[in-house]
Design a protein around this ligand. Structure first.
Ligand code: SAH
Length: 356
């Protein structure tokens, strides 16, 4: 690579923080819903958008259309918006959402990936990033704990705004995933399956979708007491508070999404041992976790998985991580499961079946 190119690449990497921060700004200002307009998604100029923002947030003055355009352009360069030239005089630009930007539009339940973007940029998490190097120097040092004195889960539990943003963020990511999962995976339809427990089920929204698809099933949504205390009611779902490191409620199958990732190998083994005890003979844990490939490449998928892995290091635990398929297999065997398979049902999450 030429010197010039190397310097350019490094200037890009050094400024890359602008991308998530611009994305955060776009979500905070509600740009996706303002542009989407119930599906119209017509190209809109920054000046028109500024007026919509003013009305939406009852601002005393009009937002700055020039600065707004700067945010839109950067995100257009990253595939969130499409920049459409406007042939007026003087020539201007207009923007609409791409399919990627569309993931930030609220659905009929008010859910979107926007809450995940907001949750990732809360002050508390941004401060944790500044302590990331501590986790590299000594993996017993959790960056989040260094910054705040308590773990992220304890922090969310004590702050009801954080707790509810966390639940919205989880549902916003997980509901579309589970909707797609249920179209291709029928493991919840197995004969004799009556009760499904969702371990670390957060609000219970994923479990509610599984029960909707299989109305004969009963569901237990199991999470920390302070989390289920705030959870909405869903048909067929019983919320139960507890600690998965002590025990998990008995069921014919255990669903567990995005839980193992945030814990160390030993902690995952403990959680899976407790699941094992709670299952009947041949019962299974159906886990959905990000699974990283053995080798690094620059594909979007690998980059997304490796970026999420560092988020886990900064926020949850220096020993929680995005694992490979063989790492999960080994933990399952250590926890006493006799069979394991990985199904690549989604680009971000892999479905892992641990069979007793
Ligand atoms: N399964 C949900 C939420 C994943 S976040 C989804 O994918 O959308 C991980 C969840 O684990 C959080 O809701 C958190 O409160 C829960 N959790 C953390 N520690 C726990 C514990 N000791 N026992 C039970 N649940 C726990």
């Amino acid at each position: 690579m030429e010197d010039k190119e190397a310097r350019l690449t490094m200037m890009h990497l050094a400024n890359l923080i602008s991308v998530p921060m611009a994305l955060h700004t776009a979500v905070k200002l509600d740009l996706p819903d303002l542009i989407w307009q119930g599906g119209a998604n017509l190209p809109i100029s920054p000046a028109q958008l500024a007026s919509l923002i003013r009305a939406k947030f009852s601002l005393a003055t009009e937002p700055d259309a020039v600065n707004l355009q700067r945010i839109l352009r950067l995100l257009a360069g990253h595939g969130v918006f499409e920049e459409v030239p406007d042939h007026g005089n003087p020539p201007a630009k207009a923007f609409r959402l791409t399919d990627v930007g569309r993931t930030l539009v609220s659905d009929d339940q008010g859910l979107s990936l926007g809450a995940y973007v907001l949750q990732h940029h809360q002050d508390a998490l941004v401060q944790a990033w500044t302590c990331l190097h501590e986790s590299v120097i000594d993996s017993s040092q959790e960056a989040f704990k260094k910054a705040h004195g308590v773990s992220a889960y304890e922090y969310y539990g004590k702050d009801s705004a954080c707790n509810s943003l966390m639940q919205r963020a989880m549902s916003g990511v997980s509901v579309p995933f589970v909707r797609a999962l249920l179209e291709s995976y029928d493991g919840f339809g197995s004969e004799g399956l009556k009760t499904v427990v969702d371990v670390g089920g957060s609000s219970g929204s994923c479990l509610a979708m599984i029960l909707q698809r299989y109305p004969g099933l009963q569901g237990i949504n199991f999470d920390l007491p302070e989390v289920v205390a705030d959870a909405p009611r869903y048909q067929g779902v019983t919320h139960m508070g507890g600690n998965m490191f002590e025990s998990v409620p008995a069921g014919d199958a255990i669903f567990m999404k995005w839980v193992l990732t945030t814990w160390s190998d030993d902690e995952c083994k403990k959680i899976l041992e407790n699941c094992q005890k709670a299952l009947p003979e041949k019962g299974k844990v159906i886990a959905c976790e990000p699974v990283v490939p053995e080798n690094t490449d620059n594909s979007e998928r690998t980059r997304a998985l490796l970026a999420g892995d560092i988020f886990v290091m900064a926020t949850y635990s220096a020993k929680g991580k995005h694992r490979t398929e063989s790492e999960y297999r080994n933990i399952g065997v250590a926890a006493g499961f006799t069979n394991f398979r990985a199904l690549y049902v989604d680009h971000f999450y892999t479905l892992l079946e641990f069979i007793k």
